[in-house]
Design a protein around this ligand. Structure first.
Ligand code: SF4
Length: 230
């Protein structure tokens, strides 16, 4: 029987996607000037959080100079600044920011993972790479039996999560392409719920396609759902 720790170890050692592995290593070797003195993680980045999670947040993939540098998802980039603040304000995260993988941030009732665990060029994993990484997400979801809300950040994460939930036999599921910010789909009567938000990428936040108010409203909804189903 796998554990979340076993899956994390498999993820870190994974080499299934040569294009992504090359990109991560290249970013770790060249570095961004601001981080020139840091040792980049450079390996695939595992999910992390509370094994008793009631909320599972699924992002897209590590950022080349964010999680690929720090070794923890959503840590060290502006998307993470948005996520931790929203999770902190809704009581899922102990701090409103994440700086490094040993910064003491603790998630309570929440697990954070991603559709792909290696940073993709232009933040765009291809379909084969997402399919190659899906068994890790499926394995994590199987090992998070208390989850009552699955929240996808962005369209790509939404489609990856849909495919994974389909594999796990959960449903009824919305059709492919149903993604919309603030979307909410009950998966079973009185049970689990799928939610969707725009990804808090710079592209979305700087254009105000996604505002703090919009983003935090989704997390407040998730908090209500996960509390209702206790
Ligand atoms: S994206 Fe996933 S499947 Fe591909 S190399 Fe990274 S960890 Fe492995």
């Amino acid at each position: 029987m796998d554990s979340l720790e076993t899956i994390a170890a498999e993820v870190v050692a994974c080499q299934r996607c040569p294009r992504l592995r090359d990109h991560c290593l290249e970013a770790a070797r060249k570095k961004r000037r601001a981080y020139a003195e840091e040792d980049y993680w450079g390996r695939p980045v595992p999910g992390f959080g509370d094994a008793s999670a009631r909320l599972v947040v699924v992002g897209l993939a590590p950022a080349a100079h964010g999680a690929n540098r720090t070794g923890r998802l959503f840590t060290g980039d502006t998307s993470g600044d948005w996520l931790w603040r929203a999770l902190n304000e809704t009581g899922f995260a102990s701090k409103p920011h994440g700086r490094s993988r040993d910064d003491g941030l603790v998630l309570t009732g929440c697990y954070v993972t991603a559709a792909a665990r290696c940073a993709p060029p232009k933040n765009r994993p291809v379909a084969a790479e997402l399919a190659a990484c899906r068994p890790y997400l499926a394995g994590e979801l199987r090992l998070l039996p208390h989850a009552s809300a699955y929240l996808a950040l962005g369209r790509i994460a939404f489609e990856a999560l849909l495919a994974t939930l389909r594999e796990l036999g959960l449903g009824p599921l919305p059709a492919r392409g149903a993604f919309r910010h603030g979307g909410l789909w009950p998966l079973e009567p009185g049970g689990r719920t799928l939610l969707a938000s725009y990804h808090p990428s710079r592209q979305n936040t700087q254009t105000r396609r996604l505002t703090r108010r919009m983003f935090h409203a989704v997390f407040r909804r998730a908090r209500t759902l996960t509390t209702e189903h206790l």
